[in-house]
Design a protein around this ligand. Structure first.
Ligand code: RP5
Length: 164
């Protein structure tokens, strides 16, 4: 089966401005891989109508993957996933008091019926969320597939044989 260019974009959303120091790493990776994306602050509890409108519109807006970062009682990824069939990847933000364990458990423990793909807490998670989104887009976009393979090859090359 030949893979065609899909021209899909990734939506990066987060519950607060304070999440951006983590979520900007998602943006950085998507930029490197030349994947179209948008970035927004959407809070499930502070801006519930914004969240509803965003999620409902996502299927018609050429969004292939939604990456949602949230901290604490992190219901944003699950709430968005309940409103759209676009795949949602949740990034547990490292919270001050519980170091992100609260965020991780909130996101990963979705009851059956509405899945949210969950990555590691904090910056590693943000990077992996972008790479995972890239893998999903690469299924239907050869250019992105090549970019992703190149990125991985560079990573492999950067690992030294011996420590110094
Ligand atoms: C969550 O509350 C956000 O995702 C953020 O991680 C956390 C704290 O938000 P701020 O008090 O920094 O705005 O909704």
């Amino acid at each position: 089966m030949s893979i065609k260019k899909s021209n899909k974009k990734v939506s990066i959303v987060m519950g607060s401005q304070s999440d951006f120091k983590t979520m900007k790493l998602c943006k950085k990776i998507l930029e490197k891989l030349k994947i179209k994306h948008e970035i927004k602050i959407i809070s499930a509890h502070r801006t519930p109508y914004r969240m509803f409108q965003f999620a409902k519109k996502s299927e018609k807006s050429n969004v292939a993957v939604i990456i949602a970062g949230a901290g604490g009682s992190a219901h944003l990824p699950g709430m968005i996933a309940s409103l759209t069939s676009v795949p949602v990847i949740g990034v547990p933000i490292e919270s001050k008091k519980l170091k992100g364990l609260d965020s991780l458990l909130s996101i990963v423990q979705m009851p059956k019926g509405i899945p949210v793909g969950t990555v590691a807490i904090g910056k590693d998670g943000a990077i992996n969320a972008a790479l995972f989104a890239a893998s999903i887009i690469a299924l239907t976009d050869n250019k992105i597939k090549n970019k992703l393979n190149q990125w991985r090859a560079n990573q492999t090359r950067s690992v030294k044989n011996k420590p110094n």
